[in-house]
Design a binder for this molecule. Structure first.
Ligand code: AGP
Length: 614
């Protein structure tokens, strides 16, 4: 996610745009920039947060002008630096753009523009877009609004953009598809924002631009809106805002964690975007494509990480061994770095990290590289230390994860691991075309199935009420869902401070069952795929000792529903993909328990979002 802001009116634009960018920093903060027009175009941009932009702008550019656009970036293409920061200027220096989204076919368009003499300075897809608009404007001899509309008919991907032409300084053109864009309507002034927070203090009259719409915003002339597809004129609805600022930053949710739990369908869609080509039956993953021999000839894969990322790695072990038939070890990065590990030629080390800054993971990667391993990073922050240290990697596109308890990072990390394992298995010839396509089809359905699981929120809240005063809790799972049991236990303990442990279900009789009594609830993942009958007998063992059972079952389950004290039904999918669904109720359960106990859900005691020290 990035944040875009714009203003055109009778006031000075600079402070409005800067304050608006500060409001949107939760959407991304690796670089930022501003463009202002006051008889000439001034652009200032910098790596880092908006505060750094202010310091730089006040030294380098004129802050005058009643028109301005700004951007705070969460990089997807091109690492965070001054060149890749937005606003981005077109080749003829007339147009300037800010963009939130991903242009999937930017490489093809870039090649075409290069063949027409265009020169590119940045690594971004956005620079391709602004030069495409310029090219259309010049060759079709049309105004900016029409040029934007025509250019966007050639684009595949997601965008929310604001574009300004210094030759026509009385308008800003906006458009959106797949990324949000809000327009604030004032007295002879128009505001732009990725959400309404940048202009909430100026107006509560808002137009939420719809998918595939373009707007030509003017402060003293009529503002017009069109459909990208056919240029037909539209009359959008003007809404009067009721929400308060703090509610809007959290998307109307009470906490960032709940917002991020609910963002998982979109986060997985964005992580699959441009990679899972269902119709062609292929997976495009440049980090693997460019290093496929390293993976197909690998003798062993070692996955390293911490906390939730380590749990994702454990799911990865089941995925790679089941699908790609490559031996996998999973290690806490903190253990790996100190135990003098054996690393042979052709070994691969996969480092998983949401923040890309975890000290133990970084140190373990350095050791692996020194000993000759090929190091591959799976990370959510473009340009972070782990991505720069890796030989190659694949990003999760979960967007900023603000809540300390990791949720959407976990499911998008697992999504990338599936894409990797399937691509490697295909290259090694260890998976049939029909099974490969079955996986692709099922993976493509996961976002919708997560939506269904999220609808269980109210039922899960009631279960949270029933067990919130427990002092301890057990989580059990088998196979692909054993790591999910560990992750569910981590979620509960880190935000509600209730002691919780995850175990393979079959381990109960080797000790943990001694804990069971009427005060010890046990959360059991008992989906229909994966040793179901054995899990049912584990449940019966627990119940015979008066233990309370909260079961995660597959829709349509019969047996477990009969015996469990509480049950939550998740949609059916193939066994290897069940972790993407079974984790959802566990996230919601821990969230509601913590809220009911009055805990600080987004910033739990003693914890930091990124552990950058040992
Ligand atoms: C998980 O909810 C915690 N916030 C924590 O365990 C986290 O997963 C761990 O610190 C690793 O962080 P990383 O993914 O940014 O490397």
């Amino acid at each position: 996610m990035c944040g875009i802001v714009g203003y055109i009116g009778d006031k000075q634009a600079y402070k409005i745009v800067i304050d608006g960018l500060k409001r949107l920093e939760y959407r991304g903060y690796d670089s930022s920039g501003i463009a202002l027009f006051d008889s000439r175009l001034s652009v200032c941009k910098t790596k880092g947060k908006v505060e750094g932009l202010v310091n730089k702008a006040e030294k380098e550019i004129s802050l005058d002008g009643n028109v301005g656009i700004g951007h705070t970036r969460w990089a997807t293409h091109g690492e965070p630096n001054d060149v890749n920061a937005h606003p981005i200027i077109s080749n003829n220096k007339s147009l300037v753009i800010v963009h939130n989204g991903i242009i999937e076919n930017y490489a093809t368009i870039k090649d075409e523009l290069i063949s027409k003499g265009y020169i590119f300075k940045s690594d971004t897809d956005t620079e391709v877009l602004v030069n495409l608009i310029e090219y259309v404007q010049l060759t079709e001899k049309v105004k900016l609004g029409k040029a934007v509309q025509l250019a966007l008919t050639q684009v595949v991907g997601a965008y929310a953009i604001a574009v300004f032409d210094k030759k026509k300084p009385d308008e800003i053109v906006v458009a959106r598809l797949g990324s949000p864009l809000a327009i604030g309507i004032g007295e002879n002034e128009m505001f732009i924002g990725s959400d309404v927070t940048p202009f909430l203090n100026f107006t509560r009259k808002v137009i939420y631009l719809e998918e595939g719409q373009v707007g030509v915003l003017r402060n003293h002339k009529e503002t017009k809106f069109y459909n990208v597809e056919n240029d037909s004129i539209i009359s959008p609805t003007i809404e009067n805002l009721k929400l308060e600022l703090s509610e809007i930053e959290k998307g109307g949710f009470d906490h960032f964690m709940l917002k991020e739990i609910n963002e998982q369908p979109k986060a997985i869609i964005d992580t699959l975007r441009g990679r899972l080509k269902l119709n062609q039956g292929i997976i495009k993953l440049s980090g693997i494509d460019n290093n496929i021999n390293a993976f197909t000839s690998a003798n062993k894969i070692t996955i390293i990480g911490c906390g939730t990322s380590w749990h994702a790695g454990l799911v990865g072990e089941y995925i790679f061994e089941h699908i790609s038939r490559i031996p996998v070890e999973v290690e806490y990065a903190s253990e790996f770095r100190y135990r003098n590990p054996i690393i042979n030629q052709n070994d691969i080390v996969i480092a998983i990290s949401q923040s890309g800054e975890t000290a133990d993971t970084l140190a373990a990667m350095k050791l692996a590289k020194e000993r000759g391993a090929f190091v591959f990073g799976i990370c959510n922050v473009v340009g972070s230390s782990i991505t720069r240290l890796s030989h190659s990697g694949s990003y999760t596109h979960a967007g900023p994860e603000i809540g300390v308890a990791s949720t959407k990072a976990f499911t998008t990390q697992i999504t990338v691991l599936y894409l990797m394992a399937l691509k490697i298995a295909k290259s090694k010839g260890v998976i049939s075309k029909s099974v490969f396509n079955k996986y692709l089809g099922e993976l493509n359905l996961i976002p919708k199935k997560i939506e269904i699981a999220l609808n269980l929120n109210d039922k899960i809240e009631k279960i949270a009420e029933a067990i919130k005063d427990s002092k301890n809790c057990l989580y059990l799972g088998r196979g692909f869902n054993f790591p999910v049991a560990l992750e569910g236990a981590l979620k509960l303990k880190e935000i509600s401070y209730i002691h919780a442990e995850g175990y393979p279900a079959a381990e109960m009789k080797h000790g943990p069952i001694a804990l069971i009594d009427e005060n010890m609830p046990t959360v059991v993942i008992a989906t229909s795929k994966g040793h179901y009958e054995k899990v049912v007998s584990n449940i019966r063992e627990i119940q015979s000792r008066k233990g309370k059972i909260i079961a995660i079952v597959t829709e349509g389950d019969k047996d477990v529903k009969e015996i469990a004290d509480h049950y939550i039904e998740v949609p059916e999918t193939i066994e290897p993909l069940t972790p993407l669904l079974t984790t959802i109720p566990l996230q919601l359960l821990s969230y509601h328990i913590a809220v009911k106990l009055g805990k600080n859900v987004d910033q739990p005691r003693n914890l930091a979002k990124s552990v950058t020290v040992e």
